[in-house]
Design a protein around this ligand. Sequence first.
Ligand code: C2E
Ligand code: MG
Ligand code: MG
Length: 528
Amino acid sequence: MKQKKARRHSGKKYLWYSILCVMLLVLAGSTYVLMSFGLIPMTGNKTLDIIIGILLVIINIASIVCGIIAFVYYKRNSNQIRFNYATFELVEGINSERAFLAYVAKDIKRNRGKANALVAFAATRFKKIVFTRYGYEKGGEVLGLVYETFNTLKTKYPHSYYGYDYNENFLIYLRDTPYEQVQEYVNDLIEEINKTLFENRNEVKFVADFGVSYCQNENDEFITAASMLQRALIAADHGRAESDLGGLTLYEPKMYERNKRNVQLGLQIERSLELEQFELHYQPKYDLKLGRFAGAEALVRWRHPELGLLSPANFILFAEQSDLIIKIDHYVLEKVCKQLDEWRGKGQRLLPISVNISKRTLFTGNIINHLIKVTDKYNINPMLLEIEIVESPSLQDILLLLSIVKKFKNLKVKIAIDDFGTGYSSLSYIKKIPFDVIKIDKAFLDDVDIDQKSRLMIKNIIDLAHILDAYVVMEGVQDERQVKMLEEMGADSIQGFYYSRPLPPEEYQAFLEDNLFEANKKKKRGRK
Ligand code: C2E
Ligand code: MG
Ligand code: MG
């Protein structure tokens, strides 16, 4: 508790220094002014007057120093995460990917010749265990405890530095820490996390795959901070593939071989983007209240020259590990605009299309400018577009996400939260970000027939979304019984194989033109 207070206090350091700076300026300034107007008489004693003059100069210098310190604290603070994922409290000490790498780059330069280590780990498996056991609200809280642990360890390892990247990997930099000590650190971290979990009455054991790399390569040459991160992640991946038990893996050059195959895949994707070998399929969404189709989701497919049509499962996760995903998302957004323009040209029915945007694209891909560019190019009303974001932005991204969502809203583009309920974010997060649409993940429908809890959860999410004035889309609906149930629960819209699979553009238009659902809701169409 004490520690928490101290941390919060230090977060406001720049504020205190700014106040001190202003106060000193006012003190020195007003004394000058009052003296020059004769309101404060000179003492007449030359030595005393000189001393007062010197004192005023010192106060001025002190105010400048305070100003500089305030600025430094402010800059340092603005690079750090401001929100606790779970509680929305202020948190310090965990940096964004960019800030983290900048720090590491500087530090390894300053500490050449030392065993500077970078550790990376993804808590994906652990998150899944927590989520299935406690649900997403509690899951957010438990993750909050993991972040707390970093701060506890900071006392024992003062030369540690923490960060969090766009793919939700935790990053730790340990200055001058040989491998045995890194092992010790990782054991301490796991022990501390488990202790915190236990104290907070959570009966889960922490498990993660840690990877570590050093700032020198096998030939003793220095490598960049970004390469250190890449190698630590390769090692962590390698460890994950080797064992289910988690643990620490040291990077070795042979691990790069597997990664090289990934490099090939990356190049292939880039080439296919240039050749426009990526296609979009459109899955219609049925508005239950209007009794008609009210839009569709664009889903990307790769027409691979040798392997045929590939679904996103084959390349999106991979692409999300690098800036490749930005290229894909930009491509898809442009292709949708081009398609809408084409349909308009043919006098076909235009309904809003939603586009999936990955977090990396959202936060680093200049997506707003791209959207303005492509809507201008094809003369598309942005109201015809909707952006789907998968929930749970990383800690450092919440403020940024808010500002981006506002920009989309200014352009009249709707924002949807995709796969709602599968992530680990707290409910307070969706309260803070004004989503227009909440898409409930299809996983909730898996056992809906047998599990009363799943039904209750769906109903609660629908009610919650409506309290927040959001429009609810249920994903993955496969049969008429589910449609009925959702209609009774008050869902606004349905997307799923029951109505249609994602369709190539021409089939989608044909479907809209002659489908039977709008004429007769009960009658199921044969097209599946
Ligand atoms: P998503 O955005 O949640 O899209 C819905 C996925 O559920 C689609 O899978 C769709 O085919 C599938 N689906 C729809 N109805 C049903 C149903 O009734 N039953 C079942 N079992 N599945 C159904 P798809 O097309 O394979 O896409 C998977 C994911 O890939 C998407 O999930 C989305 O997260 C990602 N994705 C697709 N296109 C893009 C893209 O252009 N950019 C990015 N960043 N991600 C994309
Ligand atoms: Mg989606
Ligand atoms: Mg989804």
